[in-house]
Design a protein around this ligand. Structure first.
Ligand code: 26Q
Length: 857
């Protein structure tokens, strides 16, 4: 059948000569008066409101637009500097960027908080209340997505030419409601009220192909070339988000793609009278970027997810190549020196075959030429040790959706298999193990292997994790290419997680370090000014000696106390539970997963409750335990654990015997903006995963910076946190990763429980239905998992040592001066966990980018 298509091109329209007005525009003022002026303009003219209608959201919107204008000026200058210097660049490809709120961070990094606070005061407004209006940009699940956001902040602060590429999900991470203790998911339509922090760039729209088939033809030069035809195309429209550096005039770019239908109408269908159906079919294309997948561990194999991954990879690579060709024409000789792609886990690994495809099919290269470029410009970061979480795609689905890419993957694998055969002649088993294409009646593509084969660098995210990757998950590949493997311990940005989240503590630090002549600038409004420590966190070491200064400890404690009050107010509002700020605030917030062992935490809480009930309360330390986090909607056990937390909480919190001694709360809808309040107000940070399972953790770092002490296993970055803080300032418990492995096969939880009186009583309370009187049996699956010799998370194995460590925590907390000392030392030694250090490591070992000073107007 003939398919006639009308194609409406959206060609970019450029004026031939640059406009003269550009250089005439003076920089916008950074003083309160200029801000008030701009604010009024947006409020009355752009939004069209009068001051009788001071709707909070419009206030937020007007202020944000005023801030955005100031970002845009610096943005243009930064991009001009990158262009002029024609410097090497890195593109950070990630399916997730968990940005949270932007207004406060923009003001902080622009160094405009003081004048904005004053401007708002003149208008009768309070900054904190305005900032609260902003929806979180929840375009990520958890650690991996937030890491990408912290990295962008550090890259801009370090003036590195790094650009993020991601997806502009219409719906971000679901909103979590709690109903009768159960998690309910609600869609997060975060863009409903508009988003002042993005600029649509329709002129850079890219076309992404799906489906169809491939054909081989000779081209004009007689060379055989592949053509990918009869495809269903989807347009990718970029939205740019500014990423400001801290007080340095640099603004980098995060480019997020939105899927949009092509403007083609299938006329044959149209003429057959199915106009509405033709339009509706186009709508389906736009589903690609409709929603973020809410899985932080597994649930693989969904076609829409593969569409998302390829959509990101293809649109981003086309974008980079488009810019390259517009500057260098067809000369790709320097492409590999000038461009680099960092893959945030395997999610964007379609970029490997896609870059091959574009270079060969669209730019006429041979396989060898294209592979030389691809294999020099890609690096892969792994974020998981759970084998079940490694991505695999069924070959049949992959081939149906991306037929040309499948051919390329097969060819990459065929050539790789020759390398393996050369290295291990005759070792067929090794070839089978290492094959990118997993054989069997149902073939699969192993995305991690594809990423490793193409990459110059493969890294884990904490020392232990990187070692375990070499020893277990990727052992064969490590033996083949030992030099590819390296570690880059995660970090978090101190601008958001200290300066913004904990202004009082930041000011105290600034005063204290500044009084020694380290460039302290007085700042009366509550936030740190241009102090050195926020961009050189090793300077925090200067606090060590103040741990012994009693008057400093008083100030330190007073700040923690205020932050606990702020947290308690939030909890009162969001979960209706009252936390007494004199109690120990014991916090575990992160995604709910069995390996993270929220269950172990609950068992301890039940044990404390049991002690209260039997009158064992001599030398008691009052405790308020906070747990929060989202469960993947299809993860039954995780959802049941949430219900258990809430069930135990309602028994304890309503029991007069526990009043003043113990509280338990589950905070609904844990997210970035909640963590900003939580990390500042925590005393104790729970990092209690089964050793060898948590790749790194990053919440652990946010807590440490804010002076919380950690109770934790020897897992992920906990090990490095303990080494930095000093072993005496960390509460260690549990099996090591090696012991965990050695326990498999002869684990006997029933025996452990039977021999431990406290544990027996805890299990009895659970089994008797004490926490689920009206819903009998609902915790059976949880109880079974604890008793199971096959429990992969060894919850029972670590119970006794956890309870013991918690005893030490309680005792330590009652020695207020000593606790404060340990708290100060944790903050003072947290410098390593700044994402600035992480990014400098990436840049030194992998990216090799220059630092580029932004042009000043
Ligand atoms: C997989 C398949 C289909 C849909 C979604 C996914 C998916 C999405 C997100 C799989 C994994 C993730 C996220 C993983 C993650 O956040 N890992 C965490 O990464 C942090 C940053 O390196 C580490 O600190 C944590 O230890 C690690 O768990």
């Amino acid at each position: 059948m003939n398919h006639w298509r009308v194609i409406i091109h959206t060609k970019p329209f450029f004026v031939k000569s640059p406009l003269a007005i550009e250089t005439e525009v003076p920089q916008l003022g950074m003083d309160a008066e200029s801000i008030v002026q701009d604010f009024r303009h947006y409020f009355s003219h752009t939004l069209g409101w009068d001051t009788k209608h001071l709707v909070a959201h419009h206030v937020y919107s007007s202020l944000s637009h005023s801030m955005r204008d100031r970002l845009v000026e610096r943005w243009k200058n930064t991009q001009a500097a990158y262009r002029e210097q024609n410097c090497r660049r890195t593109f950070y490809l990630s399916l997730e960027f968990l940005m949270g709120r932007t207004l406060g961070n923009a003001m902080l990094n622009l160094d405009i908080e003081a004048s904005t606070t004053e401007a708002l005061r003149n208008l009768g407004l309070v900054l904190e209340e305005v900032a609260e209006q902003e929806n979180d940009a929840g375009l990520g699940n958890g650690g991996l997505g937030r890491l990408a956001a912290c990295f962008l902040d550090s890259c801009a602060t370090l003036q590195l030419p790094v650009m993020g590429y991601g997806l502009r999900y219409e719906y971000g991470m679901f909103r979590q409601k709690i109903d009768n203790g159960y998690q309910l998911e609600e869609p997060d339509h975060w863009l409903r009220n508009g988003n002042p922090w993005e600029i649509e760039r329709p002129e850079f729209t890219a076309r992404v192909k799906f489906g169809g088939q491939t054909e081989l033809h000779k081209d004009a030069h007689g060379r055989l070339r592949a053509y990918w035809k009869y495809t269903n195309d989807v347009m990718a429209v970029p939205y740019d988000v500014p990423i400001p550096g801290y007080h340095n005039g640099t603004v980098n770019t995060l480019r997020l793609w939105k899927a949009s239908a092509t403007e083609e109408f299938d006329l044959s269908e149209f003429n057959a009278g199915s106009y509405a159906e033709a339009v509706a079919a186009k709508n389906a294309a736009e589903h690609i970027t409709m929603v973020l997948y809410p899985n932080d561990a597994s649930e693989n194999g969904k076609e829409l997810r593969l569409r998302q991954q390829y959509f990101l990879a293809s649109a981003s690579l086309q974008d980079v190549l488009r810019q390259w060709v517009s500057n260098h024409g067809d000369d790709f000789s320097e492409f590999a020196e000038k461009n680099f792609f960092q893959l945030n886990d395997t999610h964007p690994t379609c970029a490997v075959p896609e870059l091959m495809r574009l270079l060969m099919d669209e730019h006429g290269m041979t396989w060898e030429e294209a592979w030389k470029i691809t294999s020099r410009t890609v690096a892969y970061t792994n974020h998981t040790l759970l084998p079940e979480a490694l991505e695999r795609w069924s070959v049949s689905m992959f081939g149906r959706l991306l037929p040309r890419l499948l051919e390329i993957v097969y060819e990459i694998n065929a050539r790789f298999m020759k390398v393996v055969a050369l290295h291990w002649p005759g070792d067929v088993e090794r070839q089978r193990r290492m094959s990118i294409v997993e054989e069997g009646h149902d073939q699969h593509i192993r995305m991690a292997y594809l990423a490793i084969v193409a990459s110059v660098s493969v890294n884990g995210v904490a020392e232990l994790h990187s070692e375990l990757l070499k020893k277990y998950l990727f052992r064969d590949f490590f033996e083949l290419w030992p030099k590819k493997f390296n570690n880059k311990t995660n970090g978090v940005t101190p601008r958001r997680w200290m300066a913004w989240a904990n202004p009082a503590l930041s000011n105290l630090i600034t005063h204290t370090l500044g009084s020694e002549g380290k460039g302290w600038v007085a700042n009366m409004v509550g936030h740190a000014a241009s102090e050195g420590w926020l961009i050189d966190m090793d300077k925090l070491k200067g606090l060590v000696k103040y741990a012994d200064d009693a008057s400093f400890r008083v100030k330190w404690r007073a700040i923690k106390q205020d932050n606990k009050t702020r947290l308690a107010e939030m909890l009162q509002r969001d979960c209706g539970v009252e936390f007494n700020t004199n109690a120990l605030f014991d916090v575990q917030v992160k995604r709910i997963h069995e390996y993270k062992r929220q269950l172990l935490n609950v068992l301890h809480v039940i044990h404390l409750y049991d002690r209260i009930k039997r009158g064992d309360t001599a030398d008691w330390t009052p405790r308020c335990v906070l747990i929060g986090g989202k469960a993947a909607p299809g993860y039954k056990m995780a959802k049941r654990i949430i219900k258990l937390v809430n069930a135990v909480a309602s028994v304890i919190n309503s029991d007069p015997d526990a009043e003043g001694l113990l509280k338990l709360a589950f905070i609904p809808d844990y997210r970035v903006s909640a963590m900003e309040v939580i990390c500042a107000g925590a005393d104790l940070s729970e990092q209690i995963s089964t050793a060898g399972k948590e790749a790194s953790g990053t919440g652990n770092m946010k807590f440490m910076m804010n002076g919380a002490l950690t109770i934790g296993t020897l897992d992920g970055a906990n090990i490095e946190i303990r080494d930095e803080a000093g072993h005496e300032n960390f509460f260690l418990f549990g099996l090591t990763a090696e012991e965990v492995e050695a326990t498999r096969g002869h684990y006997n939880p029933a025996k452990i429980i039977a021999e431990d009186e406290d544990f027996k009583r805890v299990m009895h309370l659970l089994e008797s239905g004490h926490f689920n009187l009206f819903e009998p049996g609902i915790f059976d699956s949880i109880i079974q998992s604890i008793y199971s010799p096959a429990d992969p998370w060894l919850t029972a194995a670590d119970f006794r040592s956890y309870v013991q460590a918690q005893r030490e925590v309680s005792n330590a907390y009652r020695d207020t001066e000593h606790w404060t000392r340990m708290s100060i030392l944790n903050t003072a030694t947290s410098g390593k966990f700044s994402s600035d250090r992480t990014i400098l490591d990436y840049n030194r070992d992998i990216w090799h980018l220059p630092q580029v000073e932004a042009k000043q107007n």
